[in-house]
Design a protein around this ligand. Sequence first.
Ligand SMILES: [Zn+2]
Ligand SMILES: [Zn+2]
Ligand SMILES: [Zn+2]
Length: 210
Amino acid sequence: MDDRRPISSGRRVAPPGHCRSLAGMNCPNCGAAMYLEQGQESLHCSYCTYAHALSANSDGVRLLPGEVADVACPVCRIKLQRAIAGSHELLCCPGCQGVLVAMGQFMKVVRRLRVKARTAADPFPAPAASELGRCIDCPQCGGRMNTYAYGGPGNIVIDNCPRCALNWLDHRELERVVTAPDASPNAAAWATPDTKGISARGFEGEDKVA
Ligand SMILES: [Zn+2]
Ligand SMILES: [Zn+2]
Ligand SMILES: [Zn+2]
């Protein structure tokens, strides 16, 4: 599967175009830049054979060490950190572990994580009404995010900025979407104009395209 595993001797230079070096972490062995190869979940040294595994939280999100983003968590206000989930990039709060993900990436992340995830035995309960009352501001534009019951799997409340095309999910919400046994519970009842594009229908539609 990984035919580009570092060999045990000799210099191994990261091939251009398939990886990128990360300023955030240097190899503890030799000091060279560590890089993330596309589709992988560990960092590799650009010079020696050292590999650094990125551990995942329950959402399947892996923080990239030292990769601090320019935007702050809308809940705890600390800087978000770059992260990967299902080989796709997103931003994650190192405090509350909420994630900021581009709408265009969201379904791709869910699909990739689903491949390895164990499906929950029972559907998740509907969110408490109080969850819909929380208001947060978009980390990118500062505008008030839309908060609504997500029409797809998992029975979560999602926050969305249509201007920036960004979704905010609190910790464990991504896990719920990924592991939910029911693909589109209550979708019709929950569909609102704001959910177009990421409604249950969109979810299923994109699944078929892939
Ligand atoms: Zn090294
Ligand atoms: Zn936070
Ligand atoms: Zn925004």
